[in-house]
Ligand binder design. Structure first.
Ligand code: RAM
Length: 370
C-alpha cells in the first residue's frame, strides 16, 4: 500500500498563515443554512488544512462554508459552540470530536432540527452521525506506525519498496538484542481517533514476530493536542530515558517532540503522524542525508486537504438527502465513489485515503506543500 503514490491534488501552494478560516469565527455572523466545519480546536495546522479542502468543496457546490472551532481542545467547548450553531439553524455540521461522551444532548438537538452530522478525523457517536470519514484504515495506520518505529529503533532506513512489514520481518528474525520499547505521545486521553490508533498499535504488537523482541506495552503520555503540554510530556520521556522511539499519532505531539528531542542530548528517536511543513527541522530533506542524524528519520500522514474535501462531499450529499450513511450507500466526489462500510463502534464509515510515508527521498518535495 505504501508503494502507492498518492496523487495528491494540491491545487495551490498553501498559505500556512492563519487567515479568517482558522480563527474561531465570529458567533454573530449570520450562518443560517451554512455548512460548518468544526475541528478539535483552533491553532492546529491539520484542522486548517482540512478546512481548506472543506471550504473549496462546499463553495464549488454553491454552499456557504463556515469554520467554527473552540480555542480549547475540550468536549465542553465544542458542545457550547454546537449549541449556538443549532440555534442559528446551520445546514450541516462536520466535526472532529474531542471525546466519546458528552455530546449526546447537543447532537440529539441537532438531529431533531434536521441538521446532518458527519464526523471526520475523530469520531462522533454512531447514534447521531450520518457516517464517519476516516482518513485511512485505522488498522493500516496502527500497524505501519509500529513497523516504522521498530525499523527506526534498529537503525534501518525506510525501505524504498515501501514494504515496511517485510522489512520488519527480516530485521526482527535476526535480532537478539535488548527488548525494544516504545513510548506514545498522544492528544488527550479521551480523543477517539488517537485511542483507536493506539488500540491498533497494541494489536500489531501482539503478533508473534515481536514477542520477546519488542515490549508489548506502550508507555503512553498525553499532551492534549496543546504545544506546551506536549512539550512537557516529551521532556518527561527524555528525563525517564526508558523508551527507544516515541510514536506520536498527532501533528501537535510530533512537532513538540521533534523540538524537544533535537534540543536534548538523547538517543530517543521519533516517528508518527506529522506535517512535513512542521517537521522539516527534525527530518532529513535530501536523499544524500543520513536519516539517523535526524530526530525523525521518517513518518507518515495523508492528504489532509483531500480529507476535508471528502468530508464536505459527505455532508453535502447527506444534507441534500442523497446519502444516508447506511452500509453500502455511497456518495461521489471528484469522479470517485465513496462506499460506506461498517465501523468498529457499530456505526458506519467511509475510508477516504491511503497513508503516505515522508522520508529523505521525498521530504524536499513535500515540506512546502503540506
Ligand atoms: C492532529 C490531530 C488529528 C490527527 C492528526 C494526525 O493534528 O490530533 O486528530 O488526525 O494530528
Amino acid at each position: 500500500m505504501f508503494k502507492k503514490i498518492l496523487t495528491l491534488a494540491l491545487a495551490a501552494i498553501m498559505a500556512m498563515t492563519c487567515l479568517v478560516a482558522c480563527s474561531g469565527g465570529s458567533s454573530n455572523e449570520n450562518v443560517e443554512g451554512a455548512h460548518v466545519f468544526m475541528f478539535k480546536s483552533t491553532g492546529n495546522a491539520f484542522g486548517t488544512l482540512m478546512y481548506e479542502g472543506f471550504e473549496k468543496t462546499v463553495k464549488e457546490a454553491g454552499g456557504t462554508p463556515v469554520f467554527r472551532s473552540p480555542a480549547e481542545t475540550t468536549v465542553s467547548a465544542q458542545v457550547e459552540m454546537l449549541d449556538t450553531l443549532i440555534t442559528q439553524k446551520v445546514a450541516s455540521i462536520t466535526i472532529s470530536t474531542n471525546g466519546d461522551v458528552g455530546y449526546e444532548e447537543v447532537f440529539k438537538r441537532a438531529q431533531e432540527a434536521g441538521i446532518k452530522i458527519v464526523s471526520a478525523d475523530s469520531l462522533a457517536s454512531p447514534d447521531y452521525r450520518v457516517t464517519h470519514v476516516d482518513q485511512c484504515s485505522p488498522e493500516a495506520i496502527g500497524s505501519a506506525l509500529i513497523q516504522a518505529a521498530t525499523l527506526i529503533a534498529l537503525g534501518i532506513d525506510y525501505p524504498e519498496d515501501g514494504n515496511l512489514e517485510a522489512a520488519v520481518q527480516t530485521a526482527l528474525a535476526d535480532y537478539s538484542g535488548d527488548e525494544i520499547k516504545f513510548g506514545v505521545l498522544s492528544a488527550s486521553i479521551d480523543t477517539p481517533v488517537q485511542n483507536n490508533w493506539i488500540a491498533k498499535m497494541e494489536d500489531e504488537l501482539k503478533k508473534d514476530i515481536y514477542q520477546g523482541k519488542v515490549n508489548p506495552a506502550l508507555d503512553k503520555k498525553y499532551g492534549n493536542d496543546e504545544p506546551t503540554e506536549s512539550t512537557t510530556q516529551a521532556n518527561s520521556f527524555v528525563a525517564e530515558n526508558s523508551v527507544d522511539v516515541i510514536i506520536s499519532p498527532t501533528t501537535i505531539g510530533m512537532a513538540a517532540a521533534g523540538q524537544v528531542l533535537k534540543t536534548a542530548n538523547t538517543d530517543i528517536k521519533l516517528t508518527g503522524l506529522g506535517l512535513p511543513s512542521e517537521m522539516q527541522g527534525f527530518m532529513p530533506l535530501s536523499p544524500s542525508d543520513n536519516a539517523f542524524d535526524f530526530v525523525c528519520p521518517y513518518m507518515m500522514l495523508w492528504d489532509v486537504i483531500e480529507l476535508g474535501s471528502v468530508a464536505a462531499a459527505a455532508s453535502l450529499a447527506a444534507q441534500k438527502g442523497e446519502y444516508d450513511g447506511k452500509i453500502g450507500s455511497s456518495f461521489q466526489f471528484n469522479g470517485k465513489t465513496y462506499t460506506t462500510v461498517a465501523a468498529d463502534d457499530g456505526g458506519t464509515r467511509v475510508i477516504a485515503l491511503d497513508p503516505y510515508v515522508f522520508y529523505k527521498g521525498n521530504m524536499a518535495e513535500w515540506k512546502d506543500k503540506l
